[in-house]
Design a protein around this ligand. Structure first.
Ligand code: AMP
Length: 200
């Protein structure tokens, strides 16, 4: 299985790049943000609970995120792989994901970080807010989301670096160029796996 985490702050283009990766490598896209937005739109109990946090720019509690993620992932364990988008966002989530995947013998292969400068993130998200209709794309909430990213999600960089899985890509470039670099990282990984299997 090819399991990839697409990593980066809000506004870095993770969703756009994930859609392209899914198409090219035939993976299952698991976006916790999309999942919660769907539930909010349908006004389900889960959507109502998630909204309490999302509208404030805070993270949805780990136990809720993990429960939903497990239930979506377990339906696709026979797929060619997953792309995790917006998940994990805390060390607790990352450890739980490792445990879940290790149990199934299908670890994370690569963590691809899309790096974008803070000013550009603001510009992109506030621009997007005008037509996204997202309740969390207002200026005050965007500040908080970026702060939450720095405090709670950035520690994952060293978590995955220590595992030798972290690849950083310049996300300031044109979307096509960013995508090409992501593909290069994935293809390099796939090639190295082939060599390892040949040696085995
Ligand atoms: P996103 O579309 O990935 O930026 O997610 C939108 C919002 O959903 C975030 O600001 C969080 O409030 C919530 N959310 C999405 N994914 C997670 C996660 N893995 N852990 C906690 N909260 C999340």
């Amino acid at each position: 299985m090819l399991n990839i985490i697409i990593f980066g702050p809000p506004g870095s283009g993770k969703g756009t790049q994930s859609a392209r990766i899914v198409e090219k490598y035939d993976l299952i896209h698991l976006s916790t943000g999309d999942l919660f937005r769907e539930e909010m739109e349908k006004n389900t109990p889960l959507g109502q609970e998630a909204r309490k946090y999302i509208d404030k720019g805070l993270l949805v509690p780990d136990d809720i995120v993990l429960r939903e993620l497990y239930s979506r992932a377990s339906a696709h364990m026979d797929s060619p792989g997953f792309i995790f988008d917006g998940f994990p966002r805390t060390i607790v989530q990352a450890e739980a994901l490792d445990q879940m995947l290790d149990k199934n013998g299908i670890p994370i292969c690569l963590v691809i970080a899309v790096e974008v400068e803070r000013n550009e993130l603001f510009k992109r998200i506030l621009g997007r807010g005008e037509d996204s209709g997202r309740s969390d794309d207002s200026e005050k909430i965007v500040h908080r989301r970026l702060q939450v990213y720095e405090d709670q999600t950035m520690p994952l960089i060293s978590y995955y670096r220590e595992q030798g899985k972290f690849v950083s890509i310049n996300g300031m470039a044109h979307v096509d160029e960013v995508f090409n670099k992501i593909c290069l990282a994935i293809d390099t990984y796939l090639e190295s796996e082939k060599v390892i299997h040949q040696i085995d």
